[in-house]
Design a protein around this ligand. Structure first.
Ligand code: C2E
Ligand code: CA
Ligand code: CA
Length: 433
């Protein structure tokens, strides 16, 4: 792209900031721009196509800038723009909207139409609130992240609400760090899943909960985003793997479960950068005397869109070690089907949204049927999640779905609250039907 890099951008930003802060220079804005699904283009069409896309994205961004503005490529598919002489946020918003619109048109690469959109974060330098150039880039990045969270393709202005939000997040991050240090605040819950043919217990999925000393039980949807953004997710996931493996050992020893049981644990894609994960897991499995094949790591489909190449290496190593990989929330992520093969998945988890009306809506039933056919062709196992009613269960059984998980059988619970008696009776219910 022949664009200035991150360190050059940082220098220029500092110069702008110092001029503005001292009263000698103009007020200015910083845009943080991240292309959506760039990795997918790179993966499916190749690196040359990726380079072409980056160059074209750079051109489109530049077409919205004035001479005196400055653009850099921060790395990967991230760009930053410095807009000088911006007094009002309205002006920034106009330019941001124009940039977003620039990505409405497809980009032609090797005769193919490729659609990529952009997520922007916008911040206007503010002497009252900012103390350094670095804070501006951080705030623009934070606003961009918000755009991604709200479904990508658009812009977000960093404002008071986001600032308050950021303060909350920093507070929560500090508390989460403490919770990880002191343990016993973060607790694994377990939800069983069932063999759809026989009604036998097939395994458990471990799901994290935060037992906060003041705020009570907190759901993962509340604190996982903070854990992800702060990097604490790596510690959290390792903690869960450790706790769940210990629990499985205990269940095996007490005869609660047999060797055929599967233990599913969720893994954030951040862990796939971590080349130490594999050895750590190998040691852990050995310590507990667990067969690696019992352990399944669930990775969400959307998370794979932005992973770097090293992820494929880490996943291949996990796979070689015998640990099994499950693709979570399948059907929601628009990922390439080739990912199934490339990342060597063993299991597909059909997303709840399709199970929800599989018995009432032909569209959902068709999607579930297609996923089952795909899994069958690729010799993948399937777990349908979010099964809440008998009617959904019958439909899934009829379609030949192998495993089912959901409130119909059990809510996630503490290990000590698992209703083993109830789990044992499911076999009879299945036999009658
Ligand atoms: P998920 O992996 O898709 O987990 C399934 C979610 O659906 C869980 O929400 C579960 O409680 C809920 N669920 C189970 N059965 C039913 C049902 O019949 N109906 C409905 N409506 N919901 C059902 P939960 O526990 O709040 O977890 C939310 C998400 O947080 C998980 O989605 C997973 O992506 C993530 N997560 C949970 N624990 C961990 C963890 O230890 N590490 C990581 N990285 N992510 C985790
Ligand atoms: Ca999961
Ligand atoms: Ca899921």
């Amino acid at each position: 792209t022949k664009l200035p890099n991150r360190s050059f951008f940082a220098k220029t930003l500092r110069r702008f900031w110092e001029a503005y802060a001292s009263g000698a220079g103009e007020r200015f804005a910083v845009f943080f721009i991240d292309l959506d699904r760039f990795k997918l283009v790179n993966d499916t069409l190749g690196h040359l196509a990726g380079d072409h896309l980056l160059a074209e994205a750079g051109n489109r961004i530049r077409s919205c800038m004035r001479h005196k503005d400055f653009m850099a490529r921060l790395g990967g598919d991230e760009f930053a723009v410095l807009l000088s002489g911006m007094e009002q946020i309205e002006g920034c918003e106009m330019i941001a909207q124009r940039m977003v619109d620039e990505f409405e048109r497809p980009i032609i690469i090797a005769g193919r139409e490729v659609f990529t959109t952009a997520s922007l974060g916008v911040v206007l330098a503010d002497k009252e609130h900012h103390h350094s150039a670095e804070e501006l880039l951080r705030d623009a990045d934070h606003a961009m992240y918000r755009t991604k969270q709200q479904g990508r393709h658009g812009y977000t202005v960093f404002n008071h609400e986001l600032r308050a939000d950021q303060a909350d997040q920093l507070a929560m991050e500090a508390e989460l760090r403490r919770a990880l240090d002191e343990s016993d605040q973060l607790v694994p819950y377990y939800q069983p899943f069932i063999d759809a043919r026989t009604g036998h217990l097939a395994g458990f999925e471990a799901l994290v909960r935060w037992q906060h000393p003041q705020r009570g039980l907190i759901a993962p949807s509340v604190f996982l985003p903070v854990a992800e953004e702060s990097g604490l997710i790596m510690r959290l996931d390792r903690y869960m793997i450790q706790a769940a493996c210990g629990q499985l050992r205990q269940w095996l020893d007490s005869g609660r479960v047999g060797e055929h049981i599967a233990l599913h644990i969720n893994l954030s894609s951040a862990n796939l950068h971590d080349t130490g994960l594999v050895d750590w897991m190998r040691a852990l499995m050995a310590q507990h005397g667990l067969r690696p094949g019992m352990l399944h790591l669930e990775i969400t489909e959307t998370a794979l869109i932005d992973v770097p190449d090293i992820a494929a290496t880490v996943m291949a190593e996990l796979h070689d070690m015998g640990v099994r990989l499950a693709l979570d929330d399948f059907g929601t992520g628009y990922s390439a089907l080739s990912y199934l093969h490339r990342y060597q998945f063993d299991v597909l988890k059909i997303d709840q949204s399709f199970v929800l009306d599989v018995d009432r809506k032909e569209e959902s039933a068709a999607i579930v049927r297609a996923i089952l056919a795909l899994a069958d062709a690729l010799s993948l196992e399937v777990v349908a999640e979010g099964v809440e009613t008998l009617s959904q269960l019958w439909r899934l059984r009829m379609m030949g779905c192998e495993k089912v998980q959901g409130f119909l059988f059990s809510h996630p619970s503490l290990a000590r609250d698992i209703d083993w008696g109830r789990l044992a009776t499911i076999v009879q219910e299945f036999a009658i039907a």
